[in-house]
Design a binder for this molecule. Structure first.
Ligand code: S3P
Length: 445
């Protein structure tokens, strides 16, 4: 895709909604498959990643009906002994959470993924699943994952995650649903807690606590799977999809963005905090709770000038997927912005740390990578260039936004990755750019 923006940005107001939360849609499908009765998933994200999870539960003979743009899932089993080969595509969440669910059920299956997913570390779930008695193999700690048959329930587990990761935590909680003993998971910092919230919403009792050293701990009692009962799950808008729109707004002084029904879970809220520190006005309104999750309207106003900012290691789990678009904000800030402790970004759909530096660098961005830290010097003019998303949807969004700042045509290779989490991104971006008095030309698909 080639993008060219012609504009003299003027303030605008853009009001709308964004697609459903990706993390929550995966979990709603997986827990819907486990819960007795009928789970109605309203406003789910329909994207390549979540459709992979839909296929995974269908491979478990779970019946899913289409209803008003959402899905009705009839869960609770019985589950087949074998589910064959399941293609998780690009989706780490499908593979890791799916492996936990299958290991807990003792269903024989092989999980495969695309090139990017096949490079990502899976030892981090294989090891603890084996400690629970799960029968799971990998190819040197990577996909494909092979799940073997097993008689009887999994054992309990007491485990400290080596990194704060919602995918590992959720994998083990899903496996633990049928375990015959307690499962206790400790993580160095709180990663997104959608699984814990949805467990509770659907009837599972879960104890959460904090250790004196500030670590987060979850305790799941044995045999909790039978407590899950289907309900209506209304999926809020994905804050990670709100983020690029908020950054575009922040780049235009006086521009105003109003997004309704956005997920406001604090464990995903680091992005809004950083935006405020950069001098951007951010207001939450009509806050309420739906399906155990805080939800509300977010309003963002673009400031006259963007201040440079720092992101600290302890904040990273709460803005993990927003670092690429924050790097674009930093390109427009006065001075140097710093991002510390990004090691987990190296094992995402691409190595996002070096990709941010190299790809934005091709457009003239001044970015230094030191260890797992990034330093972005704002205020330099960006130029047209040929860049690559490296097949990573978050980078495709980052590069589309950066194109808005560039003089000249930007050719983004692999822009189709946008379909992974925000299939309508390009249309929304175009609408916003037009509201800003500009013109966005997609010169090539
Ligand atoms: C996700 C957790 C995050 C995030 C990913 C989705 C999830 O990864 O980056 O896009 O749905 O659990 P971690 O496992 O590193 O927290």
């Amino acid at each position: 895709m080639k993008l060219a923006f012609a504009h003299a940005p003027r303030p605008f107001t853009y009001e709308g909604e964004i697609p459903g939360d990706k993390s929550m849609t995966h979990r709603a499908l997986l827990l819907g498959a486990m819960a007795k009765g009928r789970t109605e998933i309203q406003r789910p994200l329909r994207s390549a990643d979540t459709l992979a999870t839909l296929e995974l539960i269908r491979a478990l003979d779970v019946q899913v009906e289409e209803r008003d743009g959402g899905w009705v899932v009839y869960g609770g089993g019985p589950f087949p002994p074998k589910a064959g080969t399941i293609d998780c595509g690009n989706s780490g969440t499908t593979m890791r959470l799916g492996a936990g669910l299958l290991a807990g059920l003792g269903v024989e299956a092989t999980l495969v993924g695309d090139d990017s997913l096949s490079r990502r570390p899976m030892g981090r779930i294989v090891k603890p699943l084996r400690l629970m008695g799960g029968c799971i193999g990998s190819h040197e700690g990577r996909a494909p994952l092979t799940l073997g048959p097993r008689e009887g329930s999994l054992r309990g587990l007491r485990y400290r995650l080596p990194v704060a990761s919602a995918q590992i935590k959720s994998c083990l909680l899903l496996a633990g649903l049928g375990a015959k003993e307690e499962v206790t998971i400790r993580e160095p910092l709180l990663s997104r807690d959608h699984t814990e919230r949805l467990f509770r919403y659907l009837g599972v009792s879960l104890e959460e606590s904090w250790t004196p050293s500030g670590e987060h701990q979850v305790l799941l009692q044995p045999h909790q799977g039978s407590s899950l009962v289907g309900k209506v799950i209304r999926v809020p808008g994905d804050p990670s999809s709100a983020a690029p729109l908020a950054v575009l707004t922040a780049l235009i002084p006086g521009a105003r963005l109003v997004l309704h029904h956005v997920g406001l879970n604090p464990s995903r809220g680091g992005f809004w905090q950083v935006l405020k520190r950069a001098g951007v006005e951010v207001v939450f309104r009509q806050e309420r709770e739906e399906a155990g999750e805080p939800v509300g309207t977010v309003e963002v106003v673009g400031p006259e000038a963007i201040e440079s900012f720092s992101v600290l290691p302890e904040e990273v789990p709460h803005l993990l997927d927003e670092v690429p678009v924050l790097a674009v904000l930093a390109l427009k800030a006065k001075g140097v912005s710093s991002f510390y402790g990004l090691s987990e970004l190296r094992v995402k759909e691409s190595d996002r740390v070096s990709a941010i530096r190299e790809e934005l660098g091709k457009m003239g961005g001044m970015i230094v990578e030191r260890g797992d830290d990034l330093f972005v010097e704002g205020g330099h003019l960006l130029r047209g260039a040929r860049v690559s998303s490296r097949g990573d949807h978050r980078l495709a969004m980052m590069l589309s936004l950066a194109s808005f700042l560039a003089r000249g045509e930007v050719e983004i290779e692999g822009a189709e990755a946008l379909s992974v989490s925000f299939p309508t991104f390009r249309d929304v971006l175009r609408e916003m750019v037009e509201e800003a008095g500009g013109r966005m030309e997609v010169l090539e698909r």
